[in-house]
Design a protein around this ligand. Sequence first.
Ligand code: NOJ
Length: 602
Amino acid sequence: MVDGQRMTIADDVRTNGATPNPWWANAVVYQIYPRSFQDSNGDGFGDIQGIISRLDYLAGLGVDVLWLSPVYVSPQVDNGYDIADYQNIDPRFGTMDDMDELLREAHKRGLKIVMDLVVNHTSDEHAWFRASRDKNDEHADWYWWRPARKGHEPGTPGAEPNKWGSYFGGSAWTYDQKRGEYYLHQYSAKQPDLNWENPKVRKAIYKMMNWWMDRGIDGFRMDVIAEISKRVDSNGKLPGEQGGHIPDLPANHGYSTPFLACTDGPRLDEFLREMRHAVFDGREGYMTVGEAPGIRLKRDGYITDPVHGELDMMFLFNHVLFDCKNYDTWTPVPFKVDGLRKIMAKEQKVVSKAGWASLYFSNHDQPRALSRWGDDSEAMRVKSAKALGLLLHMHRGTPYIYEGEELGMTNAHFTQLEQYRDIQSLNIYKERVDEQHRVSPEEMMDVLAKRSRDNARTPMQWDGGKYAGFTAADASVEPWIAVNPNHDVINAEAEVGDPDSVYSFYKRLIELRHTNAVVAAGDWKLVDAHDEHVYAFTRSLGGEKLLVAVNCSGQTVPIPRQAAKLLASSGKLDEGRLLISVTGSLPVNGQLGPWEGFVYYV
Ligand code: NOJ
């Protein structure tokens, strides 16, 4: 194959178990967080026209698919993951005409558009929920409404139907005065869970999805899709309702978690299959990726196996939770490459024969991987950004790049609570510092600086100007969240033409995914599974084998035994066999310097 030319790898991949004709198997997806990407009208808020103005940049980077976080009408309590109208664009982002223009302009450049689909819940301002507050309305059963606990006055403390806490703090039940009942919300009180048991709900959702597909979008990223089916007993009751037993999980400060009952419920496969038929049958060229926090790995293999007709890929969470004590984001434990490797290995294995992996380290819900696992200091930032990029992109699956990752953007490093905007971060501070006095303000600020979702949400750094080119320098309104001051050094303008930049490195990684069959489809196998610093593996396809080795530490370390043996077995080190490396050259003296890594034909 000619270097630089996009190949079709359908056949290679098919022999390795993925969906027949999976165009997405050697595609690279780029996630846009619209409110932080590009503001076109000086209101401090990113918008669709802003995205259109940056399409040439994205096409230049070489990505294939743009995933847009939600741009639908929304009160924005959870930055658009609380949708009030699925079939209209929020005026903050623009109009439906803008959306159509984006689709046209993206397609013209060979870019596909995948929309976020948030259907585990709506906003409480959605017409369905409003109607549902009336017990006599036909929407009465569209959400999880429950009476107060027997013997309790509705709306008083302890009268909630069970003891579940919301993932965003407080009870997972909110009392509605008008209806005289409680509704379930796993997330904020303004994000009521839809009742997927009701076939009318499902029908309405599929209709809306078809409407978007007909409009020309290329698929969906499905928000917390593994939570749509809940475990109810034969009487339709949720665990713990009216005093029954709730399965134990680590207590969440007075609340139990809805996790066991609301993740991967008994009808998930049925719903996903039904959705596939109702929306995607007869369509081509689309993709689906489902977000599935906490789902068992085996289930990833099942759900993404094309034979079962459910989803093309899923976002797993195991590898972004290994450095959290008891799965608590707010209790970070130090990064050890072994922890990451063990979990990534399991995630790779479960889809090695059938099904397919999504590959991500960063997104709008995670701190930036570069600051989290790498080293964002001036001396090491570029190297460790490249090393982490190399590591992720050499795995088997479809890589996802989160906006700014390709520039080596870092965490926000906020120092004041007032700088944060994220509902989850603000609620956890209130809960643990103000209400429970569990941690000191200083400790919590330190944790937020490491873990808040806002770390990933600061404006995209386009140039070194006042607002980083995100919003016009003379705009009268400040960006909705502060621009990272390091945009004077870290920005697209400085990196695009620089062959040694993080941007140029990512561009090459994307090119390899398109042009190198081994990178795209080769089998994945761990090497030196226990090395303390170096994460190494091979990729093989046909007669070809690549050795990937990345030093995930700030020390100079020897290339571990098995990797060194593989290198030695292929003779004297030869530039011609080097596919890509962090430094641009071969390893020297059998060692890897801080955050160095390479991919070599062995
Ligand atoms: C996952 C989304 O990625 C996150 O941003 C959101 O807060 C929750 N789902 C609830 O929709």
